[in-house]
Design a protein around this ligand. Structure first.
Ligand code: PLP
Length: 467
């Protein structure tokens, strides 16, 4: 049943059509030609079924987005009803639609203090891109046009738009794409497991604050527009900073007179416990980007939220009736907005936020319990966002050589054990189960994870690479 080992491909099979015509996100073209893809067919609750009938426990909520699990009928009904009544409504020409208006108001209510204004996008990349455009407009409008430099974290991920890919600091997103631009800069990630200052929380926080201060001093505060960060770095390998880090960075930005942007595309909507990770530390960013859990992946949508200061600065910089040249055909799409309202209702009134919070301790202790495994160097999590970092030498924290192809082996062993997770290029396993996960499903996830690690350890080539 392993699609990756299927031999002959019948003409016009899905595999052939896929190989010949469909470009997949991020996937190597040559790797795609060689390995093909596993076609997913249906899903229910925590489980996916592929075209060969193999059931898989999805420990990654799709792409850390299906926070409410698969098969939520009330979402299907809301979407169908909205499509019947008003499938599309432009936000241009002075038009609006009830779902987009209500969702903006609800988001402003749930968001950190002061983020009262919402612009809807189609996902996270264009939310980040929109944030950069609004920030640029703001500083041009308020008489500080020199503030054009942006700072983000090493191993940060802020999407794949032309600007966001430069704020993203992962090698594959830069190579061959001519980013970062000279206006995009990074500082070291608060990576407790590998921080040169060690893992002590106070030292990690102090190092990040000092790095930001040094970078702003080097560039000149009058030229720096903003610092972008994820409250927990997701695609960089689920790097969990110590509690208090976010607040310290927010306060540093205020002191340094630069804007603080929280990219909550993954951490938002209960992924780390509260509805937004910023709430855990009472942090109010100047802008916040969201997507994924906003509609739980059932339909696409993202948003950028901005404070009244940014909003008023942009408004005052223009003649009263002058348009702001930023807009998408599908901004505030009524079907996506109706789904968003229902998803938010499920989190807050449907018990999903509470269930996710209730599962957090078992998830954390289950991952911590895997640190005794010969392959696991570090286990970390916040809420239901977690990772195991695999190493070939625990004492030296040495990663496996890419030639061992650990991510592929992990993914294939997971597949055989009925488990989906993210196998990062450096050998880290990323986990983000749906917040609807029951106690039994959490146990099943953790037991399949251990079996997967055991199977990979049984692999002669992996064993040979171990220290
Ligand atoms: N920002 C963060 C923190 C993300 O994790 C992602 C996607 O994973 C994005 C932005 C980009 O979002 P999208 O893939 O919806 O464009």
């Amino acid at each position: 049943t392993d699609a990756r080992q299927r031999p002959a491909l019948p003409a016009n099979s899905l595999q052939v059509l896929d190989r010949d015509h469909l470009i997949h996100p991020v996937m190597s073209f040559r790797g795609h030609e060689k390995h093909g893809v596993t076609v997913l067919q249906s899903a229910s609750g925590m489980f996916l079924r592929d075209a060969s009938g193999h059931d898989l426990l999805d420990a990654f909520a799709g792409l850390w987005c299906v926070n409410v699990g698969y098969g939520q009928e009330s979402i299907v009904e809301v979407a169908a009803e909205q499509m019947r009544r008003l499938p599309y409504a432009t936000g241009y020409f002075g038009f609006g639609s009830e779902p987009s208006i209500r969702l903006a108001a609800r988001l402003a209510e749930l968001a950190p203090e002061g983020l009262d204004h919402v612009y809807f996008t189609l996902g996270g990349s264009d939310a980040v891109d929109s944030a950069v455009r609004y920030i640029t407009h703001y500083f041009n409008s308020t008489g500080r046009p020199a503030k054009k430099h942006f700072i983000s974290l090493e191993r940060g991920y802020h999407g794949s738009s032309s600007t966001g890919a430069g704020l993203t600091a992962l090698p594959a997103f830069h190579a061959h794409f001519d980013v970062p631009t000279p206006r995009q800069h990074t500082i070291a990630s608060p990576y407790p497991y590998r921080n040169p200052v060690g893992g002590d929380p106070a030292a990690v926080i102090a190092a990040s604050v000092a790095a930001l201060e040094a970078k702003v001093a080097e560039l000149g505060a009058e030229t720096v527009a903003a610092f972008f960060c994820e409250p927990v770095q997701g695609s960089g390998g689920v790097i969990v900073p110590p509690p208090g880090w976010l607040k310290a960075m927010r306060e540093a930005c205020a002191r340094l007179d630069i804007l603080f942007v929280a990219d909550e595309v993954i951490t938002g909507f209960c992924r780390t416990g509260p509805i937004f990770a910023c709430h855990a530390e009472a942090v109010s960013p100047d802008l916040m980007t969201v997507a994924k859990g906003l509609t739980a992946g059932y339909v696409p949508m993202g948003a950028v939220l901005m404070s009244d200061r940014i909003y008023q600065g942009i408004a005052d910089g223009l003649a009263p009736e002058a348009p702001i040249g930023h807009g998408f055909t599908y901004s505030g799409h009524p079907v996506s907005a109706a789904v968003g309202l229902e998803v938010l209702r499920l989190y807050t009134e449907g018990g999903i936020l509470a269930n996710g919070e209730a599962r957090g301790p078992a998830f954390a202790s289950g991952l911590a319990g895997l640190v005794d495994h010969p392959l696991v160097g570090d286990a970390r999590s916040r809420g239901l966002l977690g990772a195991l970092e695999l190493v070939r030498d625990k004492a030296a924290k040495a990663r496996f050589d890419p030639a061992v192809e650990l991510p592929r082996r992990l993914f294939e062993a997971g597949y055989r054990n009925g488990l989906i997770f993210r196998a990062f290029a450096d050998g880290t396993i990323g986990l983000a189960p749906a917040l609807t996960c029951t106690a039994d499903e959490m146990e099943l996830l953790l037991s399949r994870l251990r079996r997967t690690l055991d199977d990979v350890l049984d692999d002669a080539e992996v064993r040979a690479a171990l220290a």
